[in-house]
Design a protein around this ligand. Structure first.
Ligand SMILES: [Fe+2]
Length: 183
Protein backbone atom coordinates (compact mmCIF):
# COMPACT_ATOMS: atom_id res chain seq x y z
CA UNK A 1 0.00 0.00 0.00
CA UNK A 2 1.31 3.45 -0.81
CA UNK A 3 0.64 6.70 1.01
CA UNK A 4 -2.01 7.80 -1.48
CA UNK A 5 -4.02 4.63 -0.91
CA UNK A 6 -3.73 5.10 2.85
CA UNK A 7 -5.00 8.68 2.53
CA UNK A 8 -7.91 7.55 0.37
CA UNK A 9 -8.92 5.03 2.98
CA UNK A 10 -8.69 7.70 5.68
CA UNK A 11 -10.94 9.95 3.61
CA UNK A 12 -13.46 7.10 3.37
CA UNK A 13 -13.45 6.39 7.09
CA UNK A 14 -12.79 9.69 8.84
CA UNK A 15 -14.93 12.81 8.60
CA UNK A 16 -13.47 14.88 11.42
CA UNK A 17 -10.84 17.17 9.90
CA UNK A 18 -9.07 17.60 13.22
CA UNK A 19 -8.67 13.85 13.48
CA UNK A 20 -7.19 13.75 9.98
CA UNK A 21 -4.78 16.51 10.97
CA UNK A 22 -3.83 14.58 14.10
CA UNK A 23 -3.00 11.58 11.94
CA UNK A 24 -0.96 13.73 9.54
CA UNK A 25 0.94 15.22 12.49
CA UNK A 26 1.61 11.77 13.91
CA UNK A 27 2.80 10.64 10.49
CA UNK A 28 5.23 13.57 10.28
CA UNK A 29 6.64 12.90 13.75
CA UNK A 30 6.99 9.18 13.08
CA UNK A 31 8.83 9.87 9.85
CA UNK A 32 11.17 12.28 11.63
CA UNK A 33 11.80 9.78 14.43
CA UNK A 34 12.61 7.03 11.93
CA UNK A 35 15.03 9.34 10.13
CA UNK A 36 16.64 10.32 13.42
CA UNK A 37 17.07 6.70 14.44
CA UNK A 38 18.02 5.29 11.05
CA UNK A 39 14.84 3.22 10.81
CA UNK A 40 12.37 2.61 7.96
CA UNK A 41 10.76 6.02 7.33
CA UNK A 42 8.00 4.67 5.09
CA UNK A 43 6.85 2.06 7.58
CA UNK A 44 6.97 4.35 10.58
CA UNK A 45 5.18 7.14 8.73
CA UNK A 46 2.46 4.75 7.58
CA UNK A 47 1.84 3.53 11.11
CA UNK A 48 1.48 7.15 12.24
CA UNK A 49 -0.78 8.07 9.36
CA UNK A 50 -3.18 5.15 9.82
CA UNK A 51 -3.14 4.73 13.58
CA UNK A 52 -6.53 6.34 14.34
CA UNK A 53 -8.36 5.32 11.16
CA UNK A 54 -10.98 3.42 13.15
CA UNK A 55 -11.88 6.09 15.72
CA UNK A 56 -15.15 7.04 14.05
CA UNK A 57 -15.92 3.47 12.99
CA UNK A 58 -15.60 2.30 16.59
CA UNK A 59 -17.59 5.29 17.79
CA UNK A 60 -15.03 6.13 20.46
CA UNK A 61 -15.27 2.67 22.04
CA UNK A 62 -11.76 2.28 23.43
CA UNK A 63 -12.24 -1.46 23.82
CA UNK A 64 -12.50 -1.84 20.06
CA UNK A 65 -10.33 1.09 19.02
CA UNK A 66 -7.11 0.06 17.33
CA UNK A 67 -8.14 -3.60 16.93
CA UNK A 68 -10.34 -2.67 14.01
CA UNK A 69 -7.70 -0.20 12.85
CA UNK A 70 -5.04 -2.88 12.79
CA UNK A 71 -7.35 -5.16 10.77
CA UNK A 72 -8.12 -2.34 8.34
CA UNK A 73 -4.43 -1.59 7.87
CA UNK A 74 -3.76 -5.29 7.19
CA UNK A 75 -6.62 -5.40 4.67
CA UNK A 76 -5.13 -2.39 2.94
CA UNK A 77 -1.87 -4.28 2.59
CA UNK A 78 0.15 -2.79 5.43
CA UNK A 79 2.82 -4.98 6.97
CA UNK A 80 2.27 -6.96 10.14
CA UNK A 81 4.73 -4.62 11.88
CA UNK A 82 2.60 -1.58 11.00
CA UNK A 83 -0.65 -3.35 11.96
CA UNK A 84 0.83 -4.34 15.30
CA UNK A 85 2.07 -0.82 16.02
CA UNK A 86 -1.47 0.42 15.39
CA UNK A 87 -2.92 -2.29 17.63
CA UNK A 88 -0.76 -1.57 20.65
CA UNK A 89 -0.88 2.24 20.53
CA UNK A 90 -4.10 1.75 22.54
CA UNK A 91 -3.05 0.10 25.79
CA UNK A 92 -6.49 -1.38 26.53
CA UNK A 93 -5.80 -4.66 24.78
CA UNK A 94 -2.97 -5.85 26.99
CA UNK A 95 -0.54 -5.84 24.06
CA UNK A 96 2.46 -3.80 25.09
CA UNK A 97 4.63 -1.89 22.62
CA UNK A 98 7.76 -3.95 22.06
CA UNK A 99 9.41 -2.97 18.80
CA UNK A 100 11.00 0.45 18.35
CA UNK A 101 8.26 1.44 15.92
CA UNK A 102 5.55 0.41 18.37
CA UNK A 103 7.21 2.33 21.19
CA UNK A 104 7.67 5.38 18.97
CA UNK A 105 4.00 5.47 17.96
CA UNK A 106 2.95 5.07 21.58
CA UNK A 107 4.76 8.24 22.69
CA UNK A 108 4.37 10.27 19.46
CA UNK A 109 0.57 10.04 19.50
CA UNK A 110 -0.05 12.28 22.55
CA UNK A 111 2.83 14.63 21.67
CA UNK A 112 0.87 15.97 18.68
CA UNK A 113 -1.92 17.10 21.00
CA UNK A 114 0.43 18.88 23.36
CA UNK A 115 2.17 20.70 20.51
CA UNK A 116 -1.13 21.64 18.85
CA UNK A 117 -2.47 23.03 22.13
CA UNK A 118 0.76 25.00 22.65
CA UNK A 119 0.31 26.54 19.19
CA UNK A 120 -3.33 27.42 19.73
CA UNK A 121 -2.63 29.54 22.83
CA UNK A 122 -0.19 31.68 20.85
CA UNK A 123 -1.60 35.01 19.65
CA UNK A 124 -0.77 34.15 16.02
CA UNK A 125 -1.82 30.48 16.35
CA UNK A 126 1.09 29.58 14.08
CA UNK A 127 3.62 26.81 14.39
CA UNK A 128 6.36 28.89 12.77
CA UNK A 129 7.20 30.87 15.90
CA UNK A 130 6.75 28.03 18.39
CA UNK A 131 9.87 27.01 20.24
CA UNK A 132 10.38 23.53 21.64
CA UNK A 133 11.24 25.17 24.94
CA UNK A 134 7.75 26.56 25.38
CA UNK A 135 6.25 23.13 24.68
CA UNK A 136 8.58 21.81 27.39
CA UNK A 137 7.16 24.37 29.82
CA UNK A 138 3.62 23.41 28.86
CA UNK A 139 4.51 19.78 29.44
CA UNK A 140 5.09 20.61 33.10
CA UNK A 141 1.75 22.42 33.48
CA UNK A 142 -0.55 19.62 34.53
CA UNK A 143 -3.78 21.47 33.76
CA UNK A 144 -2.66 22.42 30.26
CA UNK A 145 -3.97 20.12 27.50
CA UNK A 146 -4.64 17.50 30.16
CA UNK A 147 -5.71 15.02 27.47
CA UNK A 148 -2.13 14.86 26.22
CA UNK A 149 -0.93 12.07 28.50
CA UNK A 150 2.39 13.19 29.99
CA UNK A 151 3.42 9.74 31.15
CA UNK A 152 2.89 8.41 27.66
CA UNK A 153 4.89 11.25 26.11
CA UNK A 154 7.70 10.65 28.60
CA UNK A 155 7.95 7.08 27.34
CA UNK A 156 10.18 8.52 24.63
CA UNK A 157 12.84 7.25 27.01
CA UNK A 158 11.89 3.77 25.74
CA UNK A 159 13.30 4.70 22.33
CA UNK A 160 16.36 6.29 23.88
CA UNK A 161 15.33 9.92 23.57
CA UNK A 162 15.51 12.65 26.18
CA UNK A 163 12.24 14.54 26.52
CA UNK A 164 13.77 17.77 25.19
CA UNK A 165 15.09 16.05 22.11
CA UNK A 166 11.80 14.27 21.51
CA UNK A 167 9.82 17.51 21.76
CA UNK A 168 12.28 19.28 19.44
CA UNK A 169 11.92 16.54 16.82
CA UNK A 170 8.13 16.69 17.16
CA UNK A 171 7.93 20.47 16.82
CA UNK A 172 10.24 20.53 13.80
CA UNK A 173 8.33 17.69 12.14
CA UNK A 174 5.00 19.44 12.58
CA UNK A 175 6.47 22.72 11.33
CA UNK A 176 7.36 20.88 8.15
CA UNK A 177 3.69 20.28 7.39
CA UNK A 178 2.23 23.42 9.03
CA UNK A 179 0.06 24.37 6.01
CA UNK A 180 -1.58 20.93 5.98
CA UNK A 181 -2.24 21.26 9.70
CA UNK A 182 -3.66 24.76 9.26
CA UNK A 183 -1.24 25.99 11.93
FE1 LIG B 1 -3.90 9.20 17.92
Amino acid sequence: MNRQEALESIRENVENENLVKHMLATEAIMRALARHMGEDEKEWALAGLLHDIDVELTDGDMNNHSMLGADLARDLGASEAVANAILCHNDRHGVLPETKMEKALFCADPLTGLITAAVLVRPDKKLAGLEANSVRKRFKEKGFAAGANREQIARCSDIGLELDEFITIGVEAMKGIAPQLGL
